[in-house]
Ligand binder design. Structure first.
Ligand code: ADP
Ligand code: ZN
Length: 731
């Protein structure tokens, strides 16, 4: 099938729509015809919906009743590799095609006609009289050689008032034009000088650049300690890709998408790239989507869903912090962006670079098995050395009740304060206190809709359920025994730790970083850039501070509860703790001054804590791999989770039992079913949750067997069934 396949007006075509019908519908091609892959608007009942010409019609629908495609949208048709990618991703994740298409069209106003706006260009004449302001405007235009700007962009860029621009227009020094609202992105220049790479960096960069030039598929694990210059190295791969005239995509965990990162990209290529993330405005999203399709965006920096953008010629995908759990989408279409990046690259002959200081065991094992190339950067760049890591044995520390900063950690913080350096305290718990208990009857306040305790958020002065988001005021009377004035917080959250730090160091400037304390992602990012500049002495943070931020003045990291992640029964508990602790510790000492990381632990002799401290990463991975191999679990076996939910518990269990009994299709491939059992969180938003777990050997057709297994299920009432292939979180 060629991309150029064309359907003439009236011909029968198959259209995949974004509506949950799970099959391609037949229509007649519109007047003027349409290409295969064209984005179209079609009538569906009384509505008009978005769709894509997926192929010739099936012919099984009465041709007398066949309706016509309303119109073809003014955007580039979907390319064949994108159609293949969506199909393969749907098969892999067992997701209906309509949901995949919705993922691929998440830009508002796609069906709107191209709208116009006013732009300014350099005109033919010189201004009659040159002023400083006028000169700045013309210099700004010269600098960006031939580019046009909106009046607002140009006045910001040159630092002049709109009236200066008006004057220049009147004199013919500027020319006004109407242009489509969605302008191409400024040209990125790979020939601008890069930083001078170290020998190790240059070697890695050359290998990647060569691979990109070859223009075939390949995946590389780029492993390098935090601060070793992985970003500098992969930006050279991006340069090679731009030189080859192909597009590049850099995926970052949502929260790591900072202004700091964009500044680095701009410094390397001379202009800012396109950005795609949940904080982008509707107009920005539409512009990115359209320009990517036309090839007028050379580089996109984006969160996981940017993988589904309609790139014209994608040659390179970087997955930075590839181990990050936020790459797994846990809502709607359950996909792992890391795995989907590889799939997409296979379809369009692109290179993938998975960058991390602490790779996922999956990627490590793929490199060991020779499926991925592996490049290592062993040392930090420049004078920076890896932080010294030590455990603080909490069994021997003397702490007053309701405090969590040990005397040892506290004195290390005092030293930093005296020297004008920053300290970071890490605690992976949002809110003030994880539990609110009645001291009269022992009752713990739970959510009314979920199997979860309510977490006190003092900043908002409410209790909150971290499962469903429900909040309620802090009770003064126990909801259970009705005794008054006995409700008390138990345990620390990041806000409570903030209070303790403020009491211990009244003279220090303290910053608490937790996603829920900021009104918007933008506000949080602004706060982070202030801290980078030194506007805080003590930083307290949850998981989000572990991700990619560069605090040059930070020399001490204190982990309040290093044992926290080891308690669950999750198969990845050890791996996650190892990654998180090494990442957090890696925040310290990124500039000239050496860093130190102190881990408060009640079990410092635990093998995982010992591995974290010793820094014997290969040893840790090998031991962890051996254990998983013996148990036949990922990455050495396959798993899938089936979550059944509904408001009627017996009905949910009946369905689970029926599935477990009729496991023929699974037995046929040698897979086992476990359950049904209540899911670890047995109720969310009033819905009961029951889980089945499927375990299979590697290399068996698991998805196909699961499809056949669940096909006979009739979901009565509000029953729901979700399949999670390669589950990451067991909740
Ligand atoms: P990573 O991505 O591995 O954590 P970065 O690429 O962010 O590391 O590099 C860490 C710091 O060192 C950054 O500030 C970066 O600009 C700087 N750096 C790394 N390599 C070089 C180099 N070759 N020349 C100059 N600065 C460098
Ligand atoms: Zn709840």
């Amino acid at each position: 099938m060629s991309d150029q396949e064309f359907f003439h007006a009236g011909e029968r075509v198959g259209v995949l729509t974004t509506q949950p019908l799970d099959r391609v519908l037949d229509y007649r091609a519109p007047e003027g015809g349409c290409f295969l892959g064209a984005y179209v608007e079609v009538p569906l009942g009384p509505r008009r919906v978005l769709g894509v010409i997926w192929g010739p019609g099936q012919g099984d629908f009465d041709s007398a009743k066949l309706r016509s495609v309303n119109r073809v949208l003014d955007v580039a048709p979907m390319r064949i590799e994108m159609r293949q990618f969506l199909s393969r991703a749907a098969d892999y994740t067992l997701t209906p095609m309509s949901s995949m298409l919705r993922l691929a069209t998440r830009a508002p106003g796609l069906s709107d006609p191209v709208s116009m706006r006013k732009i300014l260009r350099r005109g033919a004449s010189e201004p009659e009289r040159m002023t400083d302001a006028r000169a700045r405007v013309l210099a700004a235009l010269d600098e960006y050689g031939g580019l046009a700007f909106t009046p607002k962009e140009l006045s910001d860029l040159a630092g002049v008032t709109p009236s200066v621009l008006k004057g220049l227009v009147k004199q013919g020094a500027l020319r006004e034009e109407e242009a489509p609202r969605d302008l191409p992105y400024p040209h990125l220049d790979p020939e601008l000088p890069s930083k001078t790479l170290t020998e190790d960096q240059a070697e890695a960069a050359n290998v990647l650049a060569q691979a990109v030039q070859n223009g075939a598929y390949g995946t590389t694990l780029l492993k390098g300690v935090t601060g070793s210059g992985k970003t500098e190295v992969y930006l050279e791969a991006v340069a090679a890709c731009l030189r080859a005239g192909r597009q590049a995509l850099v995926l970052l965990p949502e929260i790591a998408l900072t202004a700091e990162f964009l500044t680095r990209v701009e410094a390397r290529f001379g202009a800012t790239p396109a950005e795609w993330h949940s904080g982008a405005t509707m107009t920005e999203r539409r512009r990115v989507w359209r320009m990517v399709g036309q090839g007028n965006a050379q580089l996109v920096i984006g969160a996981r869903s940017s993988l589904f953008l309609p790139f014209r010629d994608l040659g390179l995908i970087i997955v930075d912090e590839e181990h990050d759990t936020s790459y797994k989408q846990e809502d709607g279409v359950l996909y792992n962006a890391r795995d989907m990046a590889v799939l997409r690259a296979v379809m369009c002959s692109a290179q993938v670079v998975l960058a991390s200081a602490t790779p996922s065991l999956e990627s490590w094992a793929n490199a060991e098995a020779g499926k991925y190339r592996r490049l290592d950067l062993a040392a930090r760049y420049g004078a920076a050395v890896l932080p010294e890591m030590r455990a603080i044995d909490m069994r021997v520390e003397k702490l007053p009740s309701a405090t969590w900063i040990s005397p040892t950690l506290r004195s290390a913080m005092s030293k930093r304060l005296e020297r004008g350096e920053q300290s970071l305290l890490f605690l992976n718990r949002r809110g003030f206190a994880p539990v609110t208990i009645c001291r009269a009857c022992g009752n713990q306040v739970a959510c009314d809709h979920c199997d979860a305790r309510m977490v006190e958020h003092r900043f908002q002065n409410r209790l909150m359920c971290h499962q469903c988001g429900e909040t309620k005021p802090l009770p003064t009377v126990c909801p259970s025994c009705e005794v008054e004035g006995k409700m008390a917080p138990v345990g620390p959250g990041i806000e409570r730790l903030g209070e303790e730090a403020a009491l211990a160091f009244p003279e220090a400037r303290i910053a608490v970083l937790s996603s829920d304390l900021f009104g918007s992602a933008r506000a949080l990012k602004e706060r982070i850039s202030e801290i980078v500049k030194g506007e805080a002495d003590i930083i307290l943070g949850t998981q989000l501070v572990a991700k990619g931020h560069n605090f040059p003045l930070l020399t001490l990291v204190g982990v309040i509860d290093a044992d926290l992640g080891l308690q669950g029964s999750d198969l990845r508990a050890a791996e996650r703790t190892f990654q998180l602790m090494r990442q957090v510790a890696g925040r310290a000492g990124r500039a000239e001054k050496p860093g130190e990381a102190l881990l408060q632990s009640f079990q410092p002799e635990h093998p995982v804590i010992r591995a974290i401290l010793s820094g014997d990463e290969e040893g840790f991975w090998k031991a962890e791999a051996a254990e998983r191999q013996a148990a036949g679990v990922p990455p050495y076996g396959r798993m899938a989770g089936i979550i059944l939910s509904g408001s009627d518990l017996p009905a949910v269990f009946d369905l689970g039992n029926a599935l477990a009994r009729n496991d023929g299709p699974l037995r046929a491939i040698g897979a086992q079913v476990y359950g049904p059992a209540p899911a670890p969180i047995a109720r969310i938003r009033g819905r009961h949750r029951v889980r089945l777990l499927v375990k299979a050997a590697k290399g068996v057709p698991l998805q196909e067997a699961i499809s056949r297994w669940i096909a006979p299920c009739r979901l009565k009432g509000d029953l729901r069934l979700n399949v999670d292939i390669d589950p990451q979180n067991f909740f």
